[in-house]
Each structure stands twice: as C-alpha cells, then as structure tokens.
Write a protein that binds this ligand. Structure first.
Ligand code: FE2
Length: 291
C-alpha cells in the first residue's frame, strides 16, 4: 500500500503561501499529459519541487525545455562561465573549488531577496535548480509569493504604484557587489546606475494575475521621484515583499529538483559557510518583457 502511495502521481501543496511537491513523477520519462499537469501546478503554486530525482544533466536540460526557451545568464553577470559538454544550457551554482578555482558561481554567502535577471530587458520566466551536492545544514532557499505581496499593500499605496516603474540596475548584485562585467563602474548614485526600467506591478502572461515586481533592493530607483521619495516608497514596498506568511523555505535534499516562476516570486538563500560542499545545476528560461 505504501509503495502505491509513493508512486501515484500527485500534486501536494506545502500548506504555505506557495509551493507544492510533485510526487510519483520522473522528469526524465514524463508523458505530455504529466508535463501539462506539472506546468499547471507551477501556475497554481508558483514553486514546484520534485524529490529523489535520478537524472543526467542532458535529461535535466530536456525537462527544462518543456517550460520554454532555455537561456542562461548573460556573461556580464558571471564570475566564471562553466559549460557542461552534454548540457550546454546548464550553469553551476557552487562553493566548491578544484585546483584552487571555483567550479561554479555564488560561493557560500547569503543571497538577499531577488528575482532572477530582473535587471535585463527580458527577465527569466523560470529558474530550475537540481541538487547535485548538499551540505548537512544551511544553504536553504526561501521563496516569497509576490501576488500576495501586492494584495497586502494598503489601497493607497497600490493605487500610487499602479503606473510607476522601477529601474533595475544591472551593475551590482543583490548584495551590492559589482557584477563581473561592471568592475570599472564609478557611480554610487542609484539614479546613474545602468539598467532597464520595468513596471512595479506586472501581469503574469499565463494567469493574468498582477504581482509586485521589485527585483532587488540594492540600487533600485523609481524614475520621476526624488531620491528621498524613491527610497521611502521602496522601503515601504519592501516591508510587504516577504512577510513570513507569504513565504516558504526549501530545505535541500540530494536529488531535489525545484522549478520556480520568477514572474510572481522572489527568492533568497541562507549562508552555509563552513558547512560543506554544495553544488546546484541551474537552468533558466527566457521570459517576456514585463508588462
Ligand atoms: Fe537567484
């Protein structure tokens, strides 16, 4: 009986404001009908988790293609481009060094709340992480529901931001460090930093629902406002961006495969300095220009 329960295909919500586990599903051997159900679950739950996967990088890449056109991060963001021969769209997120060189990106520190590639004209629609090595503790990833963040705003604030935009500066990461492609940028003034301008409220192209779209706190600026008013409004919006009741935290196990929708979520990562090796294989799909 227990075996039957474990192998039956099922979408099991986390019980939090977002997230669901897909049970009894093998991403390497999925039928078209199963893929359709998984994609529907992603629209409904914003983040999906598949546990205990046993797939190659090429199978992971093939699974990723079911969600859209694969598009890795642009080179200017990347400290060390790493390409896998049998899965050229997969990038590596890792703290591991071999022969004195990091095998992947993002080290072992905390990564603040952000949306992937919000600082590009067409931010990622989906991000997928496949856990290849996991430290015993730390390195958890938390997700926030940005539909819920918008709904939580006071009515006056929501009306105020309906037609406002935000500049998503491209030169610095969420921690305030300069991106590899902008090592020589001088300015510390957020109004001067380069980056695309996107609406503060975006519409999800598939669900039609509206979500608060903030990208990153560091370096954000609301065009048309004084610096002081921009900072005050951003601080207010960020105070609603990741309320505990709108978040869910993934504690990684080896073989976990997570897919999230960047159009309606943000995420962050705990530090895990000194806790051991962590290696995630990552895919991203091309998104549309936010509207
Ligand atoms: Fe990210």
């Amino acid at each position: 009986m227990l075996v039957a329960e474990k192998t039956a295909f099922a979408v099991v919500p986390t019980g939090a404001a977002l997230g669901a586990t897909i049970e009894g599903f093998d991403p390497a051997r999925a039928s078209a009908a199963e893929i359709a159900t998984v994609r529907r679950a992603l629209l409904d739950h914003l983040v999906i988790r598949i546990r205990d996967t046993d797939i190659t990088d090429a199978e992971f890449e093939n699974f990723g293609k079911k969600f859209g056109t694969l598009k890795p991060s642009p080179d200017f963001t990347r400290s060390r481009p790493v390409y896998l021969q049998d899965a050229p769209n997969v990038t590596i997120i890792s703290n591991v060094t071999e022969d004195g060189k990091p095998i992947g990106e993002h080290g072992d520190g905390e990564l603040h709340w952000h949306t992937d590639l919000a600082f590009t004209d067409e931010p990622s629609a989906h991000t997928m992480l496949l856990a290849r090595e996991v430290p015993p503790i730390g390195g958890n990833t938390s997700f926030a529901n940005m539909y819920a963040a918008l709904e939580a705003l006071p009515e006056t604030t929501r009306a105020r931001i309906a037609r406002l935009t935000c500049k998503h500066q491209a030169s610095h990461n969420a921690q305030g460090g300069r991106r590899p492609g902008y090592k020589d940028i001088e300015t510390e003034d957020v109004r001067e930093m380069p980056g695309p301008i996107h609406p503060l409220v975006r519409t999800h192209p598939d669900t039609g629902r509206q979500a608060l779209f903030l990208g990153r706190r560091f370096g954000a600026y609301i065009p048309g406002l004084t610096l002081e008013k921009s900072e005050a409004l951003l601080d207010e919006l960020w105070s609603y961006a990741a309320l505990p009741e709108h978040t869910w935290t993934q504690e990684w196990r080896l073989g976990d495969l997570i897919v999230w929708d960047n159009r309606c979520t943000m995420h962050r990562r705990d530090a895990f300095t000194g806790q051991g090796r962590r290696r995630m294989h990552r895919l991203t799909t091309l998104g549309e220009r936010p509207f």
